[in-house]
Design a binder for this molecule. Structure first.
Ligand code: PMP
Length: 363
């Protein structure tokens, strides 16, 4: 275990060490099963207990009422870019999107594909593409179609390092891609109609996507959809084999979140980390944060050094000291430190110390 280093990976990202230890202990034989949990029926009592517990933990952490369905689907968040409009865009209707990064843009592209078959319209309520997605447009700059079936937004823009700090205010249900800040802070579920998140940042390994959908939104869905792409199929019952290994780990991560004090505990832990890191960046003329101050992500902290050679050296030297995966997204460059829920405050402390030393040597 002391070989585990400080992991700032943007995704798949760090998981709590104690969860990985529990997983290790559950293999190759899960207590009382005579086999491991990935070798038994997904309809067995042992697996059903895990599946149902994961669903109820998720609902209770987020404060979802009985009118919500918790689904564990495959295909990643990218599948949801298509599945959301496929289910929720009315024929001849409108859906609205906030364009705050590459993942939002991909979601918009998929909505446009669905719109072609439905005589639908996709409106972009606001976009920060003009400034390389370095900020979140202010609500006064948006135009949300009041007739839209939903307003879609990406709560945290993993690549650019920006995040919504307030839920968009509008009269239509929110649909949110919460992949990279899921369970990092409390939310107000009343504002949402549907939330989805790939597990591999804050809640588990890749292979499962949490989709939370409010019942009235589910009931309004289009008819005649392919069975596997119809949310109704999965809300009605466990339709086919779910990604059992991923869900089993998600359940353990949710248990860990509960032990940290739930989402209140998470937001306190995350705020301490992000203010430590941005505090160090703001105190320096050597490091330059890349996004507008009011839009800073508490999950992905992006910054530049005076030149690309120094950036490459920074990333390499950091890795040698056990500070891993600090390279910015391939199309953006620079440095990105992802400080998801499981990243320990101590890792951030070590990063800040390293940054000081690096600046002293090269600044
Ligand atoms: N949305 C966001 C905000 C993401 O960060 C990512 C991926 N990293 C995706 C969507 C795509 O997720 P997936 O790879 O699960 O399709």
């Amino acid at each position: 275990l002391n070989l585990r280093q400080n992991n700032f990976s943007a995704g798949p990202g760090a998981l709590p060490t104690e969860v990985l230890e529990e997983v290790r202990d559950d293999f190759p034989v899960f207590a009382g099963l005579g086999a491991s949990i990935v070798e038994v029926s997904h309809r067995s009592g042992a697996y059903t207990e895990i599946h149902e517990r994961a669903k109820s933990r998720l609902a209770s952490l987020l404060g979802l009422g009985d009118d919500w369905h918790v689904l564990f689907l495959q295909g990643g968040a990218s599948m949801q870019f298509h599945q959301v409009p496929l289910n929720l865009m009315p024929r001849g209707g409108t859906v609205s999107y906030l364009d705050t990064g590459s993942w939002s843009a991909k979601a918009i592209k998929e909505a446009e594909i669905v719109a072609r078959d439905r005589d639908g319209t996709v409106t972009v309520a606001a976009s920060s593409r003009d400034a390389d997605y370095t900020y979140i447009p202010r609500p006064s700059e948006w135009t949300v179609d009041p007739e839209a079936a939903y307003l879609h937004f990406t709560s945290n823009n993993t690549i650019y390092g920006t995040q919504f700090h307030e839920e968009p205010i509008c009269d239509v249900p929110l649909v949110c891609d919460m992949s990279s800040d899921f369970l990092s802070r409390p939310i107000d579920p009343k504002k949402y109609g549907l939330i989805y998140a790939g597990a591999q940042k804050n809640i588990g390994p890749a292979g499962v996507t949490a989709v939370l959908v409010r019942d009235d939104v589910l009931q309004s869905r289009a008819e005649g959809l392919p069975t596997m792409l119809d949310y109704g199929t999965h809300a009605a019952k466990l339709f086919n084999t779910p990604p059992v290994f991923a869900i089993y780990i998600v359940d353990k991560v949710l248990g860990w979140v509960e032990r940290q004090g739930g989402l209140k505990g998470m937001v306190e832990r995350n705020e301490a980390k992000v203010s430590r890191l941005y505090g160090a960046l703001d105190a320096s003329d050597f490091y330059r944060p890349t996004v507008r101050e009011d839009s800073r992500s508490h999950m992905n902290v992006t910054f530049r050094l005076p030149n690309e050679d120094l950036e490459a050296r920074f990333i390499q030297d950091a890795a040698r000291e056990g500070l891993l995966a600090l390279k910015g997204y391939r199309t953006v460059g620079g440095v990105r430190a992802s400080i998801y829920n499981a990243v320990e405050p101590r890792s951030v402390e070590l990063l800040v110390e390293f940054m000081r030393r690096f600046e002293a040597a090269y600044g």
